[in-house]
Design a protein around this ligand. Structure first.
Ligand code: UDP
Length: 372
């Protein structure tokens, strides 16, 4: 008789959602994580009244009613709308690409003028079927915007030339012929009041959680505890990298607490030139309008400079590099999972997928329906 029905490896969103649903279905669940904190990469830590997104900015957005209803059971969401500013050598542009961006870039005033300008640049570049990120970007927004707002940023973020990156990455970004600065097309958007950590804590309420323990280094002992394992760590690490390592991009954050109320006037400023070494600066207080939960204005500010780097074993993996080579390697690892019938691989690392938060939750909920 095993002590638990489920051992959940990883206390991030996938693991927390599964654990919550399993407990609600009357199952015995143990959640473990090798970090000393819950919430995976959505972890937030309060510094001087500011919820600092320790593993990078997370802005919740979704079109999925079921997911939206689900998360609202664990947190109240504020009305934050993501509208990053792009800084290209001190020239500021509005993101995502919209009429404000086109007006600043070309002086165009109407949507027709903007569309004509994009079409003219697309034609001049001679692209019909975009085969990579560069061609996709130029065919969406033209060469000027590609040069100033996409090329430098993307090459810094991915450490690869835009011609070697898949087109789908840039299709995440909306292009609009309207004056709409909302980065996301989603119906629902916001930041959980009190931070993501509190939201995940609420999901894990009443569930046994063991932190600071490494599943893979004591796998046999952990496996004996439960009938089934929900594994949300890197899939290649699970198999001891036996087929080679899947590539990730990692991110390094330089956090600073500044003794002033306002550093950049926006939550996110992207540095889109290739000379600035960081990709963007996040000023966390603006996710909550510069105020604490009681509504008081905060006198200080915390900023994070984000530096992107190639992942190597021992680093934190952030972004799966979903190109052809890694896709093939992932498919081979996926094949290996077939002989692990007692293990479910889930989440951004378990499925090697550039998942947004809402998609991770949707996929966990779908699995719960099937499994529980
Ligand atoms: N991107 C860009 N310029 C920007 C912001 C984004 O070229 O100022 C491109 C870049 O290739 C990036 C992709 O759009 O990888 C997706 O950006 P997103 O902001 O969705 O990435 P995330 O927020 O997940 O880091």
């Amino acid at each position: 008789m095993k002590k638990y029905d489920y051992l959940v490896v990883g206390a991030g969103l996938y693991g927390a959602v599964f654990a919550h649903e399993a407990k609600a279905a009357g199952k015995r669940v143990l959640v473990i994580d090798k970090r000393d904190t819950i919430a995976g990469n959505v972890y937030t830590e309060k510094i001087e009244g500011i919820n600092v997104h320790k593993y990078g900015a997370h802005i919740f957005h979704t079109n999925n009613q079921e997911v939206w209803n689900f998360v609202n059971r664990f947190a109240t969401f504020n009305r934050f709308t993501n509208s990053p500013v792009a800084n290209y050598h001190g020239e500021l542009y509005s993101l995502p690409f919209n009429m404000y961006t086109f007006n600043k870039m070309w002086g165009v005033v109407t949507p027709e003028e903007a569309a004509a300008k994009i079409e003219e640049q697309r034609k001049a570049a001679g692209i019909t079927e975009p085969k990579n990120l560069e061609e996709q970007a130029i065919s969406l927004v033209g060469t000027d915007i590609y040069e100033k707002l996409i090329r430098g940023y993307t090459q810094k973020q991915w450490g690869r030339p835009c011609r070697e990156l898949p087109a789908f990455i840039i299709r995440r970004l909306p292009v609009r012929l309207t004056f709409d600065n909302n980065y996301f097309n989603a119906l629902y958007q916001g930041i959980p009041v009190g931070g993501y950590t509190k939201m995940v804590e609420n999901m894990l309420e009443g569930i046994e959680v063991e932190l600071g323990v490494d599943y893979l280094s004591d796998k046999q002992r952990f496996d004996e505890l439960a009938k089934k394992v929900i594994y949300t760590g890197p899939i290649d690490a699970y198999f001891g990298y036996s087929l080679g390592t899947l590539e990730y991009r990692s991110v390094r954050f330089e956090n600073e607490l500044l003794d002033k109320p306002n550093f950049q006037g926006n939550a996110a400023v992207n540095y889109t030139d290739s000379d600035t070494p960081w990709t963007r600066i996040i000023e966390h207080k603006w996710f909550e309008f510069g105020r604490d939960e009681e509504g008081n204005e905060l006198p200080k500010t915390v900023i994070s400079k984000e530096y992107s780097s190639e992942w190597k074993p021992g680093d934190e993996p952030y972004y799966p590099v979903n190109d052809e080579k890694n896709g093939e390697l992932y498919a081979r690892y996926k094949k290996l999972t077939e002989s692990e019938s007692n293990v479910k691989f889930g989440g951004r690392l378990g499925e090697y997928k550039y998942y947004d938060m809402d998609a991770v939750i949707a996929s966990a909920l779908a699995y719960c329906k099937e499994e529980l």
